[in-house]
Ligand binder design. Sequence first.
Ligand code: HEC
Length: 112
Amino acid sequence: MLVCAGLAFAGFAAQADEVKGNASAGNGKVWLCIGCHSIPDYRADYPLVYRVPMLGGQNAAYIATALSEYKKGERKHPTMRSIAANLSDQDMADIGEYYAAQTASSPNNPLK
Ligand code: HEC
């Protein structure tokens, strides 16, 4: 189901900047991301060394743009590409706002 939604939006990825994000909507969409992105100094794809970047406090537009670049294949990391393929432009904007609003003292995601 999510895959279909992702494909339907693929043609509109270039318009990602015009979609307005909502941080509280993003709160319900990051459950999948926390497993990798909230672990300090976590490295994915053991024993290779993809250091997983921290997202909390990052610029919202930067996050949304990075996600659409994975979706379009302009960024190559295979796991992030398959994750981003399932996100709509609205999802990317919401997630961007969510992470941009995170600080070290945010209660629901203290590790960022
Ligand atoms: C299986 C682990 C894993 C999961 C799950 C995951 N990521 Fe990632 N993510 C990574 C890794 C590893 C990188 C670095 C890849 C690279 O070098 O391109 C990355 C990179 C990113 C970047 C680029 C950051 C930068 O500074 O350039 C963004 C944005 C991002 N992820 C967002 C997300 C979001 C949003 C989710 C959930 C929808 C998610 N990720 C789920 C492992 C993961």
